[in-house]
Write a protein that binds this ligand. Structure first.
Ligand code: F6R
Length: 248
């Protein structure tokens, strides 16, 4: 695992973008990028840097596919708070990954069985694409990656998960009150995430320091799902000073 510390939010974003592009070149030979994309605040600067790279001719996502990490259950994918719509704004409309190439787990169906079948098909679709070349990640203050909350199996696949109480509190800022935050989601499993060619995790701010320290230097444990990065051959963790404060 490589841990890189930026001196400002902009620096963190630039380092992360450089590592995404280098990862695509290495794992995808630069053609038809397959990118794993995260929602949330952490990758927003990175997405803006990818837009700069496209504008400067250093990157081209017009033939790319994107696989989202997760989606809420019970929010239609046309709703502005769905992760699909969020990613259309933050990924497709920012650096030009085509909407037709954006895959998001299915969070609405008539039955749990249908959602489970779609989750299984999602893992198959990732495989059929040739695999995610670079997976962008954030980390929750409780150590989750994707919505693999503490206690998630280290080899889990895309599936339904209940959101942890802390995650619902953290994400209430996007909703009109915590009671509107969904209770369940579909998330890529930790085993699914680990199959990507490179992982680029971005974390900033002191609220992430404890989770980062446990993920990077703690024991490999389901109680800190981010610790699975220790198992990956090509994991890059990009931090600001505040998020790195708990590292030895
Ligand atoms: C997002 C996701 C989550 C977030 C994490 C950090 O698709 O799966 O794991 O990356 O909750 O969120 P932010 O970046 O908003 O602090």
């Amino acid at each position: 695992m490589r841990v890189l510390i930026g001196s400002s939010a902009e620096h963190v974003a630039r380092i992360a973008a450089d590592n995404v592009l280098a990862g695509l070149a290495h794992h995808g030979h630069g053609k038809n990028p397959v990118l794993g994309v995260a929602t949330g605040s952490s990758p927003l600067g990175l997405y803006r840097e990818l837009r700069v790279a496209v504008a400067e001719g250093r990157a081209d996502f017009s033939n790319a596919q994107g696989f989202a990490l997760d989606e809420y259950i019970g929010i239609p994918d046309t709703h502005e708070l769905s992760y699909r719509q969020t990613l259309i704004t933050e990924v497709c409309n920012t650096f030009g990954l085509p909407v037709s190439g954006l895959h998001t787990p299915r969070g609405m169906a008539d039955s749990v069985e249908e959602i489970e079948a779609a989750a299984h098909a999602y893992d198959q679709a990732i495989k059929a694409s040739g695999g995610v070349q670079v997976q962008i990640l954030g980390i929750g203050s409780n150590g989750h990656v994707g919505f693999n909350e503490p206690g998630s199996a280290l080899r889990s696949r895309t599936r339904i998960k209940r959101l942890a109480a802390q995650t619902r509190i953290d994400n209430a800022r996007f909703f009109d009150g915590i009671e509107h935050v969904p209770t369940h989601c579909v998330t890529q499993g930790l085993g699914t995430v680990l199959e990507a060619g490179r992982l680029v995790l971005v974390a900033t701010g002191e609220a992430k320091a404890e989770a980062v320290a446990l993920a990077v230097e703690g024991p490999l444990s389901a109680s800190c799902p981010g610790s699975v990065l220790q198992l990956h051959q090509d994991a890059v963790v990009v931090l600001d000073e505040a998020a790195a404060a708990g590292l030895k």
